[in-house]
Design a protein around this ligand. Sequence first.
Ligand code: ADP
Ligand code: TYD
Length: 211
Amino acid sequence: MTGQGLFLTFEGIDGSGKSTQARRLAEVLIKLGHEVVLTREPGGSPGAEEIRRLVLEGAPDRWSAETEILLFTAARRDHMERTILPALNAGKIVICDRFADSTRMYQGLSRGDLRDLVDQLHKLMIGREPDITLLIDMDPETGLSRAKGRQGTEERFEDFGPELQRKMRAGFLNLAREFPDRFHVVDGNRDADAVARDVADLVQRELRSMA
Ligand code: ADP
Ligand code: TYD
C-alpha cells in the first residue's frame, strides 16, 4: 500500500481540538492551492461510518478490547481502500482526524497491554503510517469537559472517565518519542487561533522541505 500524496494525521485525547484544527488546516492548504481530502476515523467511508456507530455508541463494556481492535482495523481497511489511498495516489493531501495511533493507545493501552496485537494487525492489514502526525497535547480534565460539552451519543470512550484520558495523554507523548520522525507535538492549551497558526507553520515548513 503506497501513495504519492501527503498523508497527515491529527491525534490526541478527546476534546483536544483535533477536529477544529484539522478543518482549519484544510482551509489554509486549500487557499494555498493544494487539493485536500479531509476525513476522520473511525469512519471516512460509508462502510466505516457504519462501524463507527457500533464502536462509539452504547455501554463502555459493550466490546472487549480485542474485538474493538478488529472492528477499528476493519473500518480502517475500508477507509484506506476507498478514501485514503485513491486520494494519495491522485497526489492529494489527506488530512485524517485520528488514525492507527489512536488504536495503539485506546485499544492497545486502555485495558491491559495489547499494543503488540494492534501493531501485528496493522502490519498485516494496513501497512502504512502517516507522513506527518500532529499531536495536540492538552490537559486531560479540560479535554474531557470540552468533549462532554458537545452533548452527543458517541460517548462510549468519554464514559471511561478522566483516568483513561490521563493515561492516553501520557501514552500519546510516549508515542511521539517512539516515532520522532513523523510526530510533532503542539500545545493545545491555548486559543484555537494560536494553535492553528502553529499547525499551519509547521505543515508549510514540512511541505517546503519535501519540495
Ligand atoms: P476533538 O476533535 O479533539 O475532540 P474538537 O475540535 O471537537 O476536539 O473540540 C472540542 C470542543 O472544544 C469543541 O466544542 C470546540 O469548539 C472546542 N475547542 C476546540 N479548540 C479549542 C480551543 N483551542 N480552545 C477552546 N475551545 C476549543
Ligand atoms: P473522535 O470522534 O475523534 O472523538 P473525539 O472528537 O472525542 O476525540 O473519536 C471517537 C472515539 O473513538 C475517541 O474516544 C477515541 C476512539 N477511538 C479508538 O478507541 N480507537 C481508534 O482506533 C480510533 C480511531 C478512535
